[in-house]
Design a protein around this ligand. Structure first.
Ligand code: 5MY
Ligand code: ADP
Ligand code: MG
Ligand code: MG
Length: 348
């Protein structure tokens, strides 16, 4: 059984992955040179135990070590400045206090790359602001268009939903998503009156038929990988006319992994064109100010080139991205290397 299909769509590695050896101006992270003359890259990490398990797998750590990259756990109970010194800080922890600590650290330690800036990440934790850059981009090129499904935010009063939906001109069915992106209790509503049962704040988004296949576009700096996942099935006009109510659905991405994709219709399963994804990812990286995220993308069923982004996740489950170990370590190395070069260039 094939669980997920994947396709590498390129990794821009402009420079060699090994650190340069001939310099006398100190080490990255001030840890000196390794015996084999590679500079050491120290990556501090502040992640949940779930994330540590899925991301910091032995293969990643081993490969990293061979390239001179060392992962060091950040102790949240101690000042960051007393730890490390780090070249890069990787983080995905919630809490305002922690975010402030990171913001302060960025100001006092400009030599450290904090992946990514907490403020930029915060935009992804609200399902309205998350898709704003995609909407603003209004992407269109020879390979297709990329938009956001029509959506509406309900801040408070659930009784206002039927009117608000009519006023906004949203078509049923609607996907109801908690405004807070970390919450994954989604529902599909066949009629707007039943939505009054749900608890705002919510985003109501038009459901777009896409043949039950979703594209997960993983981005790590300049590198992109796209995998197919099973998704919610289409809703026919007939089904819509006969159905009422709100149906809660479980987290789709985890359920999707056990699907067999052997019989997929090629019109549905064909990956979005590389050139389109590369341009889209480049633009979004810049606009979002982020290096580490993924996009959930769907193709409108019956079209070849009409795509929608429905979700963006910060520092997603890279452990599920094939070959993430190589991609991630190359990314970290290139980041450290380009920073080091810049610093060297500024020296007298
Ligand atoms: O744990 P995983 O591997 O399922 O990763 C989750 C992501 O799955 P994906 O890589 O897109 O399939 C997941 O993506 P979806 O929202 O399910 O599309 C989220 O990024 C989730 O983070 P959070 O709970 O929203 O903060 C991610 O959870 P964390 O690992 O960051 O806790
Ligand atoms: N507008 C939409 N049209 C069709 N299906 C959708 C839409 N929005 C979400 N879905 C389905 O619901 C799933 C979960 O929605 P998503 O916005 O990705 O939330 P989460 O952050 O919980 O992954 C998607 O993977 C997809 O299967
Ligand atoms: Mg999703
Ligand atoms: Mg999500």
């Amino acid at each position: 059984m094939r669980l997920m299909q994947e396709e590498v769509i390129g990794y821009e590695s402009e420079e060699e992955t090994e650190m340069e050896s001939s310099s006398s101006c100190g080490s990255i992270g001030e840890l000196g040179f390794q015996e084999n003359s590679m500079k050491v890259v120290v990556v501090g990490y502040a992640l949940t135990s779930k994330k540590i398990k899925s991301f910091l797998q032995p293969k990643l750590e081993g490969l990293a070590r061979n390239k001179g990259i060392f992962f060091v756990a950040i102790d949240q109970t101690r000042p960051l400045s007393d730890q490390g010194p780090f070249d890069i800080v990787l983080h995905k922890l919630s809490g305002k206090e922690w975010q402030q600590i990171l913001e302060d650290y960025r100001l006092t330690h400009p030599e450290v790359t904090v992946l990514d800036p907490p403020g930029a990440i915060q935009n992804l934790y609200n399902r309205q602001s998350m898709l704003q850059d995609v909407a603003d981009l209004d992407f269109s090129d020879a390979y297709g268009t990329v938009g956001v499904p029509k959506q509406l935010v309900i801040e408070k009063d659930p009784s206002s939903i039927p009117d608000a939906v009519k006023k906004a001109g949203l078509s049923l069915p609607l996907v109801a998503k908690p405004l807070v992106a970390k919450s994954h209790e989604l529902s599909l509503a066949y009629d707007e009156y039943s939505l009054q049962k749900l608890e705002p704040p919510l985003v109501l988004q038009e459901f777009v038929n896409h043949g039950g296949v979703l594209f997960k576009v993983y981005i790590v700096g300049d590198a992109i990988k796209v995998v197919r996942r099973f998704s919610l099935p289409d809703v026919s006009k007939r089904e819509l006319s006969r159905s009422f109510g709100v149906f809660r659905f479980p987290r789709v991405s985890s359920a999707a992994q056990s699907a067999d994709d052997a019989d997929l219709d090629p019109c549905i399963a064909e990956l979005p064109p590389r050139a389109l994804l590369e341009r889209l990812a480049r633009e979004l990286r810049r606009r979002l100010g982020l290096h580490l995220f993924n996009l959930d993308m769907i193709r409108e069923h019956g079209t070849r080139d009409r795509f929608y982004v429905i979700d963006i996740n910060y520092f997603p489950g890279y452990g599920k991205m094939p070959e993430y170990e190589h991609i991630f370590t190359d990314f970290l190395l290139n980041l450290a290397k380009s920073k080091y070069k810049k610093r060297s260039a500024n020296l007298p």
